[in-house]
Design a binder for this molecule. Structure first.
Ligand code: GLN
Length: 447
């Protein structure tokens, strides 16, 4: 009730929908059984979770913050949400995001921008901006976001909270509206590393037969809650490639201070090379739009969401998509369709795939030398609303530090590591695939 009252009085536009009764919201999904009010003996009993609008929940408005899906109520629930419900969690509401998770500032939402609770004239980051802002403002104790190229880590950094992008495949994508399927992962957002670990335990588990890329891993048996207070013997690598121009001096100072704290706790900090990381942005903005152009072809006015009627089928498709999609989504579909068209496929998509492989190899080589890799999560602190909306390239550059890790499929966390000009700075810590426990322990010690 306390969180419901706070969320109802929200002045950051973090929520797109609030449950009347969180304990029964979404009941009846996932196989059709009505799970009713969770028992008091379950691990997350009664815990209200704010859920990004990208996750389908039975009977609950789910629009991915797009006009195309406004009013859509799915007949099923995303596996990750169902798993949290089975552990006793309840659904506080749906949170604002960039349309179909495309963006870095939450300004591409059909439900309007979210305001950063630290300074309401600034963006919260994106695309999981509503989830990060809701947790930062104390409107929800924990939230679910999704991360394709940085969308959990970057808003967590800009809002001064914790956000984890898990190893690709560890969390089922079933029921999460697809953006770029080879990159999309759900991730927890919270105020503390322990809360992120607790949520992650219950998001993972056995293989989900409904997601062919899901890996049976994690769960409370395999993942413990972090307790580390020291970092003795831990080797942390700092990639010079991600500390170049564009990193604000105040961000750099907070990052350097975090590295010194790590050394004080016993870690050994060295340089590490990621020679192809500087190509990640270019490769991502070919690959992600290519996958998006294919995934979003299902929104044709026939099967899902809103339809603009027309006299013939092709006009029905084009008018539905013309009216339903916002400008950034259209830009991505055009970019992706172009990159995949015959004659250009090898030059763009094929080439970007090769770059992705080089980046994966860079990470493998780096992890022969170090246990974890550290960077600032975002090169800048939260910027002013409107400042980058007319400059897509400047917006895309917000992701330079998070994208290489996404392309490599490795886990990465962002934790707060100080302030610059009174605004939060995030520290990104990453490790090899399935090293979540190591990352969470290190993050806990540094928190
Ligand atoms: N900002 C990046 C983009 O616009 C990443 C988004 C995400 O991770 N969903 O594609």
């Amino acid at each position: 009730d306390a969180y419901r009252q706070r969320a109802a009085a929200d002045d950051t536009n973090s929520f797109t929908w609030l449950a009347d009764d969180p304990t029964t919201a979404g009941a009846g999904g996932f196989g059709g059984e009505d799970r009713g009010v969770p028992g008091a003996d379950t691990v997350l009993a009664g815990l209200p979770v704010a859920i990004k609008d990208l996750f389908c929940i039975t009977g609950v408005p789910t629009a991915a913050c797009s006009n195309l899906l406004r009013g859509y109520r799915p007949p099923y629930t995303a596996t990750v949400v169902a798993r949290l419900q089975e552990a006793g969690a309840t659904i506080l509401g749906k949170t604002n995001q960039d349309e179909f998770a495309m963006g870095s500032s939450n300004e591409n939402s059909a439900f309007g921008p979210v305001r950063n609770p630290w300074d309401r004239s600034r963006v919260p980051g994106g695309s999981s901006g509503g989830s990060a802002a809701a947790v930062a403002a104390g409107l929800a104790p924990v939230a679910l976001g999704t991360d394709t190229g940085g969308s959990v880590r970057q808003p967590a950094a800009l809002c001064g909270v914790v956000g984890l992008k898990p190893t690709y495949g560890t969390v089922s994508r079933y029921g999460m509206i697809a953006f770029a399927s080879s990159l999309d992962q759900a991730g927890p957002i919270s105020r503390t590393v322990a809360d992120t670990a607790l949520l992650f335990q219950h998001m993972t588990g056995p293989v989900d037969p409904r997601d062919a890329t899901s890996i049976g891993w994690g769960g409370a048996d395999e993942l413990g809650l972090p307790t580390a207070e020291r970092l003795d013997g831990l080797r942390i690598g700092v990639p010079v490639e991600l500390l170049g121009e564009g990193v604000e001096p105040g961000v750099r100072a907070a990052f350097d201070a975090a590295l010194r704290r790590a050394e004080d706790l016993g870690a050994e900090v060295t340089d590490v090379a990621l020679p192809h990381a500087r190509h990640a942005l270019a490769a991502y903005y070919v690959l992600a739009p290519a996958e998006a152009s294919s995934n979003l072809s299902r929104f044709d006015g026939v099967r899902y969401g809103n339809r603009v009627d027309a006299d013939d089928l092709v006009s029905l498709y084009t008018r539905t998509r013309h009216d339903g999609f916002g400008p950034e989504v259209k830009r991505r579909i055009m970019l992706g369709t172009f990159a995949l068209s015959s004659g250009y496929y090898d030059a763009y998509y094929g080439r970007a795939q090769q770059v992705r492989t080089k980046i994966v190899e860079d990470f493998r080589a780096a992890h022969e030398q170090v246990d974890l890799i550290a960077t600032p999560t975002s090169p800048t602190v939260a910027w002013k609303l409107g400042e980058r909306v007319d400059d897509p390239l400047a917006m895309y550059q917000a992701d330079t530090s998070t994208l290489p890790f996404s392309l490599a499929g490795v886990p990465a966390i962002s934790i707060p590591c100080g302030l610059s000009e009174g605004l939060p700075v995030g520290l990104q810590l990453s490790g090899p695939v399935f090293s979540e426990q190591r990352i969470l322990e290190a993050a806990h010690a540094l928190e």
